[in-house]
Design a protein around this ligand. Structure first.
Ligand SMILES: [Zn+2]
Length: 417
């Protein structure tokens, strides 16, 4: 048995204990201070240098092991998505429970299990000789706007902690250690507003009903998205999608509470929110193509006097993509297959967006994701992670880092930059 496996066997109980401890600390997006403090203290006890980066309400933990170049950044996020506590059956969100080789609890898969694997991988590597620098970037607010990782990258460049040319990254999101992800689509949340003409609903011919018009738009949306798919498809990533997620009109509301509905009048306004998932090609010129296509599509609905406008509901996010033949991806696959003995490792993609986009946007090649989390259980009640995958991930993060420093020593990781 190799020394890495020995280390993981020896530390197994501590790793599992750390996963449970992390689950028990509430860390909704924007409220990561407590977990950041805990992790910083936990790591500092091993006499490792820890930087607590505070930026507005953002609390990141940065850990640096080794020195020189090349640099490898392991990225994990500290925040979780606020769950509906009543839906949990097996345990409560902040009460970790171990059962049948799994740990249940909020963030177990997304991604406190991965955080524990990264931290213990760093503990091992601290005692190991290698030429280069490993950085753990444990960041805030991934689930809302990715601003934690962006703040980390700004800080790292400014303080010259790494150079873009000699740095690569890996995001530790869930792949159940079965897949190496090479990209994800971007997201754009859009509000479309239709203004018509209100009036008494007994005389509908004297009104312009925005409800019907907005319904027409929604019904025609699949053809619009199909055209986008034809013109902007990506050879790796799935086609763009647009999903209506909210629709309202004719109601008087306060927040999410409906105060009254207007039963006998035609409203003048109808609104809907759409979740667009874009391929990188559609957004590579800072969403200009996307805006142009959407304006073109909406134009035909305003022919009979309706006023149709749209806006981004939140700042849109670009997608991420790395060439599946990039040495970094080959190295990740090889590490899983040859060093960990995993079979049938898939090269795939992520449907949703993740922090890998932030690395791509500054020119750092990134493995979109490899992590211990279970696929499909994130953001859901009774989220769980398999213990065997947490241990496998710890082994992977150690061996991949060593392979990386070996392979890229003295080379530019990203010769294009
Ligand atoms: Zn996540």
């Amino acid at each position: 048995m190799d020394s890495i496996k020995n280390f993981i066997n020896y530390k197994q109980k501590e790793i599992i204990l750390l996963v449970k401890k992390l689950i028990s600390i509430q860390s909704f997006s924007g409220q990561e201070l407590m977990i950041a403090d805990f992790i910083a203290k936990f790591i500092a006890e091993e006499e490792i240098k820890v930087i607590k980066q505070k930026h507005d309400q953002t609390n990141n933990v940065i850990v640096i092991i080794g020195k020189g170049e090349p640099t490898l950044i392991y990225n994990g996020h500290l925040d979780t998505v606020c769950p509906t506590a009543e839906m949990w059956k097996i345990t409560k969100p902040l009460i970790p429970l171990e059962q049948d080789g799994k740990i249940f609890g909020l963030g177990s898969t997304d991604m406190k299990g991965a955080l524990a694997s990264l931290i213990f991988a760093a503990f091992y590597l601290k005692e190991t000789d290698f030429q280069g620098k490993l950085i753990l970037a444990l960041t805030a607010k991934e689930e809302i706007d990715g601003s934690g990782t962006k703040a980390f990258l700004d800080y790292g460049v400014k303080k010259k902690i790494f150079t873009i040319q000699k740095t690569a990254a890996l995001v530790a999101e869930a792949t159940a250690m079965q897949m190496v992800s090479v990209g994800c689509r971007g997201s754009a949340f859009i509000t479309i507003q239709v203004k018509g003409k209100g009036g008494h609903s007994a005389n509908p011919d004297k009104t312009k009903n925005p409800i019907g018009k907005l319904a027409e738009i929604i019904l025609d949306l699949p053809s619009f998205v199909a055209d986008l798919g034809k013109n902007y498809k990506d050879e790796i990533l799935p086609l763009p999608t647009a999903t209506p997620t909210a629709f309202w009109s004719g109601v008087v509301s306060k927040g999410s509470e409906v105060l009254t509905t207007k039963k006998n009048s035609v409203p003048y306004l109808a609104e809907a929110i759409f979740d667009f998932r874009n391929t990188p090609r559609l957004t590579e010129n800072n969403f200009e193509d996307f805006k142009k296509e959407l304006n073109q599509f909406l134009k035909k609905f305003s022919a009979d006097g309706f006023k149709i406008t749209w806006d981004f509901t939140a700042k849109p996010g670009t997608g991420h993509k790395i060439d599946p033949n990039h040495d970094l991806i080959k190295l990740a696959k090889k590490t899983l297959e040859e060093n960990l003995g995993r079979e049938n490792i898939k090269i795939g993609f992520e449907q949703g967006s993740n922090d890998a986009a932030a690395f791509g946007n500054v020119g750092i090649p990134a493995v979109n994701k490899v992590g211990p989390g279970t696929i499909g259980v994130n953001h859901k009640a009774d989220e769980y992670v398999e213990i065997k995958n947490i241990l496998l991930a710890t082994e992977f993060y150690i061996k991949f880092a060593l392979n990386y420093f070996n392979h890229f020593g003295g080379k530019n990781v990203n010769p294009k930059n």
